[in-house]
Design a protein around this ligand. Structure first.
Ligand SMILES: *Cc1c(COP(=O)(O)O)cnc(C)c1O
Length: 396
């Protein structure tokens, strides 16, 4: 038995996505840049997919660039806005302290080049306020980049309002919507978004493919030089099978957003109330304003890695935060950003659900987590000190 509760790290591909890829690995394998009919068939599929993605985002096909995933889309969006700003002498960028590393590390690189980066506080509930963005914008601000939903604690940011503020002040607004796409409503026009990143493998599409939406009129900087694919902004033969799989998965996910939200949030709330019964535990991130499938807890007196390994023995695939930081001993920058101290941040658990999870799986998981936490505490010297009153509990 395996209970997969790590859908924020990646998802299983949907049957529709797999089916839609097969013809493009078999009969229709031409290079879309080739002039012969085999190439033109692939090119038609590519154009069709671009239009279908545009329809789902509420934009035009020419505003869609296919990338190798969310990381590349984030890099290209930020670098492009920075290069544009630089030309006008604007070298200030605003973001938040709990962005994905694809954003934060790109900003670090720009900082080394002389850009000034303001990272906004996200408060204990994991939500940045639009007023903070308004206050932080300066005459030399060239970009605001704030994620739509956080990948560790699932909190949803007021991006429409932030976009509105940026538009009023003439600053480009980018949002990393990798966790939101296919799970939350997106309409780039209505939400005042200038640039948006998404990645197929977070909504039951294939890995290694994503989208960068860029509002027309904003020139992109090329990260990969070569052929003239993607209007010369992203060289390399297009990954047609992956693009077709992503498009099918995105259409399917968007079509079922309402029913999936209903189902997932019911399971999520059940999981949250079950795990809240564990003494000295705390939910990370706002209880309501979070992704329908995200649960993230800290348990005092234990270590997240041991919790994960023992849950794996029980058949449960979970995460202590982001897959990208696991393997390092540093606590999650997201949990530190919402004010969890090191000791507490180390004892974290992220459970991220998909539509395939069942109520039985959630009940089993609640019991398993309760048992494993109790066991780890029973052998933890820190827990003994806490219980004996030698140390004070941080989570009451
Ligand atoms: C997964 C993720 C990314 C990276 O996407 P890849 O397609 O894996 O490169 C970026 N941002 C967020 C919020 C993510 O969850």
């Amino acid at each position: 038995m395996q209970i997969y509760l790590d859908n924020a790290a990646t998802t299983k591909m949907s049957k529709a996505a797999i089916q839609s890829m097969l013809p493009y690995m078999d009969e229709i394998y031409g290079n879309p840049s080739s002039l012969h009919s085999a190439g033109q068939k692939a090119n038609e599929a590519l154009n069709g997919a671009r239009q279908r993605i545009a329809n789902l985002l509420g934009c035009e096909a020419r505003e869609i660039t296919f990338t190798s995933g969310g990381s590349e889309a984030d890099n290209q969006a930020i670098i492009s806005a920075a290069r544009l700003g630089e030309k006008k002498g604007k070298k200030h960028i605003i973001s938040t302290a709990f962005e994905h590393h694809a954003v934060l590390h790109t900003l670090k690189r720009l900082e080394k080049e002389g850009f000034e980066i303001t990272l906004l506080d996200v408060h204990e509930n994991g939500i940045v306020l639009p007023e903070q963005v308004a206050e932080a914008i300066r005459p030399d601000t060239c970009l605001v980049t704030v994620m739509y939903a956080n990948n560790e604690i699932g909190t949803i940011q007021p991006i429409k309002k932030i976009g509105e503020i940026c538009r009023e002040k003439g600053v480009i607004f980018h949002t990393d919507a990798v966790q939101a796409a296919g799970h939350l409503h997106i309409d780039v026009k209505e939400q005042n978004i200038d640039m948006l990143s998404l990645s197929a493998h977070k909504f039951h599409g294939p890995k290694g493919i994503g989208v960068l939406y860029v509002k027309k009129g904003i020139p992109l900087t090329t990260l990969i030089e070569g052929g003239a694919q993607e209007r010369g902004k992203r060289a390399g033969t297009e990954n047609i099978p992956a693009i077709m799989g992503m498009t099918a998965a995105f259409e399917e996910a968007c079509k079922h957003i309402d029913e999936n939200t209903k189902k997932l949030s019911a399971l999520r709330n059940m999981l949250i109330s079950g795990l809240s019964e564990i003494p000295h535990s705390i939910l990370n991130g706002d209880a309501e304003n979070r992704l329908p499938g995200n649960v993230n807890f800290c348990f005092e007196g234990i270590e997240g890695e041991s919790l994960l390994l023992l849950l794996d023995d029980e058949g449960i695939c979970a995460s202590s935060g982001s897959a990208c930081t696991s393997g390092s001993l540093d606590p999650s920058h997201v949990l530190l950003a919402i004010g969890r101290v090191h000791d507490i941040a180390h004892g974290s658990l992220r459970l991220s659900l998909s539509e395939e999870n069942t109520q039985e799986e959630i009940e089993y998981t609640i019991n398993a987590v309760k048992e494993v936490v109790a066991y780890l505490r029973s052998i933890s010297p820190i827990w003994r000190d806490l219980v004996n009153g030698k140390k004070e509990f941080i989570i009451k």
